[in-house]
Design a protein around this ligand. Structure first.
Ligand SMILES: [Zn+2]
Length: 486
């Protein structure tokens, strides 16, 4: 549906649209998946009985562990691919749809099914689990991603006149491709640098100037790194008006710092906007311009998002906290249904029109954290205390004099059975006395995280950037856990 029209629908119209789409998904698409056919048979679910959103919200969840390879089935994620076998189509598609498919003869039908279902592109999950899972796209899925990415750019208030530099690492990951494809769809100029490992920050700074980029898109840490390099080099970035950040959590302190650095470089009133997306969704959402922190604007015709109790899985109401659950409404190829993201939303999904732009599409609160799972790296046990790495990052980000930092977890004296040690490496702005800083940091961390660093080591900025792998790694190494795996 046309995005402008969709952005004005009432909550009631949106609900009706989503119910219709969910019914079609369950009746005509989900049965083409081997995984869901088996699941529905096992659980005795007849998808034709699902009529309303409430019915849909009683269906079983899917989670990452359902996709992970097992010894018997090393390519389990392939079971989630929709395969339009003639027998299944005859069984599940309405007569009219089958006749429509055959209207241009057998060859025409095959061409249409290929375009709709045949996998021709993939992005991978980056997760910390050893197995990264490919999510496949058909030609049609790529077009959906393209349309969603174009909407993202329009929500951000970008126009065809904008020139974007895409700083996301060149890889089969959603962020890079969503940005590249979004530009192809809108016709905006988008130049992909491939990120730090491909091009490095010095060349990136030159390109931003050469092409007079008005928008920068990338991972928060690396975008900030390039701005700092640009500032040091005396680059003029006054034409930058939008910074779009994704793929990682955007701490408030970093958002502020990016805006301040750009202001020092002559760029005033810059919108620093966050996005939310994940491989399994094969799309991403963004905050609107002027509505920083005001929630990600959803595409209700392309995906159904819900919030559930992270413990019981019970549905949560509008505006309530809970885990984000995802169902694509137009997905083909690798399709998951009621997928538990493990992401926790504070403030959930609201239906009121956006106070900044007036769009009526539902908004997912900007405050998203990871589920409190001990196995997750965001929450680690240090010296017997559970420590949230997000909280550690927030403390370090709150120190204005800290240019860059890295946290290392290790065992004392390298002894595998020794005590845990938490070491903070920091590069400080000019003139900060290291001892005084270390004392204040210890105090602040003890207060906010219940654990103080064993050692605070102040390093020159280039050395710290090297440690982080800012120019050499796909992803900066902000937290390093050197302790032996248990
Ligand atoms: Zn808005």
């Amino acid at each position: 549906m046309d995005w402008t029209r969709l952005s004005k629908l009432s909550a009631k119209e949106i609900r009706k649209l989503q119910e219709t789409k969910l019914r079609t998904l369950l009746a005509e698409q989900i049965p083409l998946s081997r995984y869901y056919r088996a699941l529905f048979e096992r659980e005795r679910i007849d998808p034709r009985n699902v009529r309303t959103i409430e019915d849909f919200r009683k269906l079983p969840f899917t989670s990452k562990k359902d996709l992970l390879p097992t010894d018997e089935n090393p390519e389990r994620s392939l079971e989630f691919i929709l395969r339009p076998e003639p027998k299944l189509l005859r069984e599940h598609w309405p007569r009219m749809r089958l006749l429509g498919l055959l209207a241009r003869g057998r060859a025409g039908a095959i061409a249409r099914l290929e375009r709709e279902y045949r996998p021709m592109f993939a992005t991978f999950t980056t997760g910390r689990s050893a197995a990264s899972i490919p999510f496949l796209y058909s030609k049609r899925d790529v077009e959906v991603l393209q349309a969603a990415a174009a909407r993202l750019l329009s929500v951000h208030g970008l126009t065809r006149e904008d020139r974007l530099v895409n700083l996301f690492p060149y890889a089969p990951h959603l962020a890079f491709w969503a940005t590249a494809l979004g530009g192809l769809e809108t016709g905006s100029f988008v130049l992909g640098t491939g990120g730090g490992r491909v091009m490095g920050s010095a060349a990136t700074v030159r390109l931003i100037q050469k092409f007079k980029a008005s928008g920068l898109v990338g991972v928060p840490g690396f975008v900030y790194h390039c701005l700092r390099r640009g500032k040091e080099a005396g680059a003029a970035f006054s034409q930058v008006r939008t910074v779009i950040l994704g793929a990682e959590k955007l701490p408030d302190a970093l958002r502020r710092r990016i805006r301040e650095t750009l202001a020092e470089m002559g760029a005033k009133d810059v919108a620093v906007i966050g996005t939310y997306g994940f491989t399994e969704a094969r799309m991403a959402w963004g905050e609107c311009r002027g509505g920083e922190g005001g929630g990600y604007h959803l595409y209700p015709d392309l995906a159904f998002l819900e919030i559930v109790d992270p413990e019981t899985g019970e549905p949560r109401g509008p505006g309530e906290d809970g885990e984000i659950v995802f169902t694509p409404l137009e997905g083909r190829a690798t399709t998951v249904m009621r997928y538990r993201t493990g992401d926790l939303s504070k403030g959930g999904i609201v239906e009121e029109p956006c106070p900044s732009c007036g769009r009526t599409v539902p908004r997912l609160s900007s405050a998203i954290g990871r589920k409190s799972n001990v196995a997750d790296l965001r929450l680690v046990k240090v010296k017997g205390t559970l420590v949230s790495l997000d909280a550690v990052a927030a403390v370090l980000g709150s120190f204005k004099e800290v240019e860059e930092w890295q946290v290392e977890l290790r065992r004392a004296n390298g002894d595998p059975y020794g005590l845990d040690e938490l070491v903070v490496y920091a590069a400080l702005g000019n003139g900060t006395p290291p001892e005084a800083f270390a004392a204040r940091l210890r105090e602040a961390m003890r207060e906010a995280c219940e654990v103080a660093p064993n050692r605070v080591e102040v390093l020159p900025l280039p050395e710290l950037l090297e440690r982080l792998g800012m120019e050499t790694e796909m992803k900066e190494k902000r937290f390093v856990d050197l302790r032996p795996k248990e």
